[in-house]
Design a protein around this ligand. Structure first.
Ligand SMILES: [Zn+2]
Ligand SMILES: [Zn+2]
Length: 282
């Protein structure tokens, strides 16, 4: 449960106070947090064995790519409806129509999620337009609703993987989403990329661009915005003009903490983008 004693909730409240411009995003995150955390399973396990998982990884293919992902109709409807009600309560514009369409079964959540998980925005947009709903908002809602399923697939798949340099990509080996940030974990400050969608964690070599593989230290740099805490920074590559956010952590962040880290370091994205860097896969 969340409440004033919940450490994530406390961080969100502090963030909303410190960054009034993020208030809406923080509030949306705050109301969805308990719904996502308590969600009943909405999808079946992918049921791959270790050999299948490792073969996909060695081919450079995200594990969920090409899998048949099955969503439970009732549980998907229940979750999307609870999220829509929470976001409507938090004052998200346009959510009341989506909530009503879900209540009246004019949308089929399991079908939306099946397409959303494959990144099929046009399909979701078409369903939204047919019901005169805001397409981007329905897409965002579907992305929220996918999180518990993605996290449980990640929990299923992660123990089957042995890395040893097998995956050097910047997108997630489980779900294919772009890494949301790089953590320097533990006393050794070992580099790990983290996926904000499913929570996956995979090792990355330091002093190497995560996008283009450039290892020439002359063209790799670090940006530190002035007056900010030094446990966060941006690393940039002048070969591909890519950037990524780096945070030092003692223990790996939970998927929920990752989302808050990403949100509370949005100023770093603005800072890097203002200097002409971008996130190539985002
Ligand atoms: Zn992922
Ligand atoms: Zn690069």
């Amino acid at each position: 449960m969340t409440g004033p004693d919940d450490p994530l909730e406390r961080r969100l409240l502090a963030l909303a106070k410190e960054r009034p411009d993020l208030r809406e995003a923080v509030e949306a995150y705050r109301v969805t947090l308990p719904v996502l955390r308590d969600a009943a399973p909405i999808a079946a396990p992918v049921a791959l064995d270790g050999k299948q998982v490792r073969e996909k990884i060695s081919r450079g293919e995200p594990v969920l790519g090409g899998c048949t992902l099955r969503f439970d109709r009732r549980a998907s409807r229940e979750l999307m409806l609870r999220l829509a009600r929470g976001l409507f309560g938090a004052g998200v514009k346009g959510m009341s129509r989506i909530r009503r369409a879900l209540e009246e079964d004019r949308l089929v959540p399991a079908e939306l999620l099946r397409h959303a998980v494959k990144g099929n925005y046009p399909f979701v947009a078409k369903r939204a337009e047919a019901q005169v709903l805001a397409p981007a908002l329905l897409w965002t809602l579907a992305q929220y609703a996918l999180k518990p399923a993605l996290r449980s697939w990640c929990r299923e798949i992660a123990p089957l993987v042995r890395f040893a340099g097998a995956w050097e990509r910047s997108d997630c080996y489980v779900c294919g989403a772009p890494a949301s940030l790089c953590e320097l974990q533990g006393n050794e400050q070992a580099g790990h990329l983290r996926c904000g969608q499913c929570g996956a964690d995979w090792p990355t070599r330091r002093l190497r661009c995560i996008y283009c593989g450039n290892e020439d230290t002359e063209s790799l740099g670090v940006l530190y915005p002035e007056g900010r805490r030094d446990s966060v920074r941006v690393e940039v590559c002048d070969a591909c003009r890519g950037y990524f956010k780096v945070i030092a952590t003692f223990a790996p962040s939970s998927p929920e903490e990752l989302a808050i880290e990403d949100l509370s370091t949005l100023y770093l994205d603005g800072y890097a983008q203002g200097r002409g860097y971008r996130r190539p896969t985002a």
